[in-house]
Design a protein around this ligand. Structure first.
Ligand SMILES: [Zn+2]
Length: 196
């Protein structure tokens, strides 16, 4: 099994009023995690300006934004596996050509022994940060989906979906092929369920 991690390079320009309200209402004030109540449905994002032409983008609230023509490369799988919402302007009108995405449960990307973790004192969630350049996914986290949300506006693709991308044509993201491991490198044997 080969998997490819697409990292976004660009960040959207969230509309201030929406940003403040969403952050207060739907993000943990301790760790910034997205509320589980909004994770289970599509999320619409309000931007002050149209995103740049990057294939992938991320709002300041860490909700992924994808160009719809790029997303079409991964249909129908993308729509079956991820929750897709609208990108709206300050008047609530759709910004054509862009969609948001996330999932009810992102796949955890893990890294080496320097990675850090803590328990959020506000919501009790397990907060993990990759440190180092040894990122990988655990084999038992791959549930057979062809595409996963990988947090921070990133996606993880299987080889078949990744092979649909013409790298000369599509810009605005980095790609790493991630090792699939059976044993972790970060010293955490059982990764907690409440990591997202
Ligand atoms: Zn928290």
């Amino acid at each position: 099994m080969r998997v490819f991690h697409l990292h976004t390079k660009s960040s959207g320009d969230d509309l201030d009023e929406w940003y403040d309200q969403f952050r207060r209402t739907h993000k943990c004030q301790g760790c910034g995690a997205l509320g589980l109540d909004v994770r289970t449905g599509p999320i619409d994002v309000y931007l002050a300006h149209k995103p740049d032409r990057s294939a992938l983008n991320v709002s300041h609230l860490l909700i992924g934004i994808i160009r719809i023509d790029f997303m079409r490369l991964f249909e129908p799988e993308f729509l079956q596996c991820l929750l897709v919402g609208d990108v709206l302007d300050r008047h609530g009108n759709p910004i054509e050509g862009f969609a948001t995405f996330h999932s009810s449960k992102p796949i955890p990307i893990r890294s080496g022994p320097e990675s850090t973790h803590r328990v959020c004192d506000k919501c009790g969630r397990f907060v993990y940060s990759c440190v180092g350049d040894e990122d990988y996914v655990m084999r038992d986290c791959l549930t057979g989906q062809p595409v996963y949300e990988a947090g921070m506006g990133d996606i993880l693709l299987t080889e078949e979906l990744y092979s649909r991308i013409d790298r000369k044509k599509w810009k605005g993201f980095w790609v790493d092929e991630l090792p699939v491991r059976d044993t972790p490198l970060d010293g955490i044997d059982v990764f907690p369920e409440n990591y997202y």
